[in-house]
Design a protein around this ligand. Structure first.
Ligand code: SF4
Ligand code: FES
Length: 246
């Protein structure tokens, strides 16, 4: 396939960015989207042009690094996947593809397609943990029985990879889906009960401090989330928040 790419180029956090057109040739439909950008970058380097900066690590849908807005959708035109899992067979020879960074005030651009998502880390640090003593004998497995339904729901919430697609997709740049997943994974389990009130209050406070917007229940985040994190987690976050305030 030969493609035209319209890519956001920005030299640094303070620089003025702009969309730049590139032609890329010899793209196999079996390549991943990131491999296609690798090919583009090789072709740019051969022409002495600065390669496009983009984030990636695992390239298998685990780390959540490959944040990219492709043709107006976070992680591109497929469902339940990250950009690294997007295949070029989703596109046609001769297509024009628009590629932008995730845009949100709380995700400032570092360079080209790379954004700073450390705001998520600070939210996690505010309460996304349990403090269990690790000295002494290890507790027997299954000593605390957990209903299967709760265990499954906690596991589903814990599958959030912190990619930020929910924020980039939301018209308010709300981080409620992310925060609700991180609160729910503990709220559903007995080990998470002890610090439950402090956790939800501190994480929501940090979310607001970072400048994320409010949730207005459009549901766009759930549709674009590569891990299928459900809006029911946001309802649980609201309940946990109310309980903590009472
Ligand atoms: S809730 Fe979904 S879209 Fe949001 S950070 Fe987690 S995995 Fe990504
Ligand atoms: S590179 Fe890790 S999820 Fe895409």
């Amino acid at each position: 396939m030969d493609l035209t790419l319209k890519i956001w180029r920005q030299e640094g956090p303070k620089a003025k960015g702009k969309m730049v057109d590139y032609k890329v040739t010899d793209i196999s439909e079996h390549m991943s989207f990131l491999e296609m950008i690798d090919v583009l970058n090789e072709q740019l380097v051969a022409k002495d042009i600065e390669p496009v900066a983009f984030d990636h690590d695992c390239r298998e849908g685990i780390c959540g690094m490959c944040s990219m807005y492709i043709n107006g959708e976070a992680h591109g035109p497929d469902r339940g996947i990250t950009t690294c899992q997007l295949h070029m067979r989703m596109f046609n020879d001769g297509d024009t593809i628009t590629i932008e960074p995730f845009r949100a005030n709380a995700f400032p651009i570092i360079k080209d397609l790379v954004v700073d998502r450390t705001s998520f880390e600070r939210i996690q640090q505010a309460g996304g943990y349990i403090s269990a003593p690790t000295s002494g004998n290890t507790q027997d497995a299954n000593a605390i029985l957990i209903p299967k339904h709760d265990a499954d729901e906690a596991m589903d919430a814990a599958s959030c990879i912190g990619c930020g697609a929910c924020v980039a997709t939301c018209k308010n740049s709300s981080a409620m889906l992310f925060v609700s997943a991180k609160v729910s994974q503990f709220a559903l389990l007995p080990q998470g009960k002890i610090e439950a009130a402090d956790r939800v209050l501190n994480m929501v406070k940090q979310m607001d401090t970072e400048g994320f917007g409010n949730c207005t229940n459009t549901g766009a985040c759930e549709i674009e989330c590569p891990k299928g994190i459900s809006l029911t987690n946001i309802a649980r976050l609201n309940r946990e928040f109310l309980k903590a305030n009472l």
